[in-house]
Ligand binder design. Structure first.
Ligand code: C5P
Length: 408
């Protein structure tokens, strides 16, 4: 394990019985050369004393928001600014709720709102509080906001109950801190990645449209993973209800034709990933006014084929990205159909997934994919869409290297 030497950790201690574990965490961080600054919530003072924490950290412990001397010496903004990482341990249900909603009514929550640094939380609370929909909702929000979570662990709790809610051990929190402080490899630095995501929406009239169940989750996860590897990312997205990942340029589109136009305008790119579920057909002519019942009987919808965005760009000369990846959502013969698609579309890789309704891939957080390329088929186990995205982006970064070498 490497060490956080010279790094400043701002430790925010919430009011819970697990606060006593912070003594050990501070000791571990100090022995590894980190500077530990501490903020305690009012409730935390019921469990651990500022004096002990000050002795262990060798630093003044900050306890209240409106301390004039503190504001002059080191105000809440400065505490956040001077830190390399913020760690909330224990992160109580109350602190998590404040963070999720952007409340700032004491020093701890103000410092958390005033930061642009990475934040790690180690939740600790009663099992029922942890399982409560409100806490789980807040947890999802915090994860979406890019906050890293360590624990909680299962076990017997101070209240006598058993289940998830015990704060991660100081050694686990230390490992998470070290992982977060480690500079990330950025193999895609200086590379441009174009990603399509979500469904397209093809109008029938001003209020009706043809679309599909795509949630956009896999494409958005890919955009996030590409940014983490240092890429400049353009995400051309159909209508979805997902937050735009940090650092991503999102171009909203509705129809397949809009999506193609936006993609072409964003070329050149080094890598293009077509994760969108593009409607194959559109209404040949969309009615200008809302179609009315009873006027001339049941309308007959004439469909026209949409442009194939992946095929158009993979087969284009001149601006073809070095690596072109397609997705294949199939409900049967997944690998066979993907292999055929690889040739038909002219892409370098097809990521095939089974979207049979019983697997819950559409809208779900998991995906089981097969990578189909000229080199063969590689099947990955069931993973979260975020993990599929990270692994896939790392693979594409490796694939890009030979191209770079060849051009040198
Ligand atoms: O042909 P099929 O829809 O199964 O192919 C799926 C792949 O092709 C996906 O990568 C999808 O984003 C892309 N595609 C496209 N334009 C279309 C249809 C599909 O880019 N009109």
């Amino acid at each position: 394990m490497t060490s956080p030497t010279g790094k400043t950790v701002l430790l925010i201690i919430g009011g819970g019985i697990a606060a006593f574990k912070c003594h050990e965490l501070i000791r571990l961080l100090k022995t590894r050369g980190a500077l530990v600054r501490i903020i305690m919530t009012r409730a935390a003072e019921e469990f651990v004393t500022p004096l002990t924490l000050a002795s262990l950290s060798g630093e003044k412990v900050h306890t209240a928001l409106f301390s004039l001397t503190d504001e002059i010496e080191m105000g809440h903004i400065e505490l956040s600014r001077a830190a390399d990482l913020l760690v909330v341990a224990p992160a109580t249900a109350d602190l998590m709720a404040k963070m999720a909603h952007g409340l700032a009514d004491d020093l701890a929550s103000t410092a958390l709102l005033a930061t642009d640094k990475r934040v790690l939380i180690a939740p600790a609370m009663n099992v029922r509080m942890w399982n409560h929909q409100a806490t789980q909702r807040n947890l999802s929000t915090l994860k979406r906001d890019g906050i890293t979570v360590v624990g909680p662990n299962d076990g017997e709790m101070a209240c006598g109950e058993f289940g998830p809610g015990r704060m991660a051990e100081p050694s686990e929190i230390l490992a998470a801190i070290i992982a977060m402080l480690q500079p990330k490899a950025q193999p895609l630095a200086g590379k441009r990645v174009l990603i399509t995501a979500g469904p397209t929406r093809e109008p029938i009239d001003p209020v009706r449209y043809i679309s599909n169940h795509s949630s956009g989750k896999q494409g958005y996860a890919l955009a996030e993973a590409a940014v983490a590897l240092g890429a400049e990312v353009v995400l051309v997205s159909g209508p979805v209800s997902l937050p735009i990942p940090h650092g991503v340029q999102m171009l909203p589109v509705e129809t397949a034709r809009d999506m193609l136009k936006a993609c072409e305008e964003e070329l050149p790119a080094d890598i293009a990933i077509f994760a969108a579920a593009v409607a194959d057909w559109r209404a040949e002519t969309a009615a200008v006014e809302k179609m009315k019942k009873g006027k001339g009987g049941t309308p007959v919808l004439t469909l026209a084929e949409n442009p194939d965005i992946l095929r158009t760009i993979a087969r284009s000369s001149g601006k073809r990205p070095q690596i072109v990846v397609g997705f294949a959502a199939e409900t049967e013969h997944v690998v066979k159909h993907a292999t055929e698609k690889l040739a038909k579309k002219g892409c370098d890789l097809i990521v095939a997934n089974d979207v049979s309704a019983e697997l819950g891939v559409f809208g779900g957080d998991h995906n089981k994919v097969h990578l189909v390329s000229a080199q063969g088929v590689e099947s990955w186990p069931d993973m979260t869409k975020a993990d599929v995205a990270c692994k896939l982006m790392e693979r594409l970064a490796l694939m890009l290297v030979p191209h770079i070498r060849a051009a040198e």
